[in-house]
Write a protein that binds this ligand. Structure first.
Ligand SMILES: [Zn+2]
Length: 62
């Protein structure tokens, strides 16, 4: 018998369930039916998320 001793790292209690915000939610933007990720705590999809406005390319006015 040559078992490795599992000293040091002791997992306490196993995996914790990830915090989720519910499934089946959709973007609040009218007409947008994009389903939100259960890990997205926002109310909008990534396209309509006010805090994450994607840069629009090709709109630079000279
Ligand atoms: Zn949306």
């Amino acid at each position: 018998m040559n078992e490795r001793s599992l000293g040091g790292h002791t997992l306490s209690g196993g995996e914790r369930p990830s915090k989720s915000f519910g499934t089946g939610r959709i973007c609040r933007e009218p007409g947008c039916n994009t389903r939100l990720s259960m890990y997205n705590n926002g109310k909008f999809c990534y396209q309509h998320e006010p805090m994450a406005v994607p840069r629009t390319r090709g709109k630079k006015i000279a």
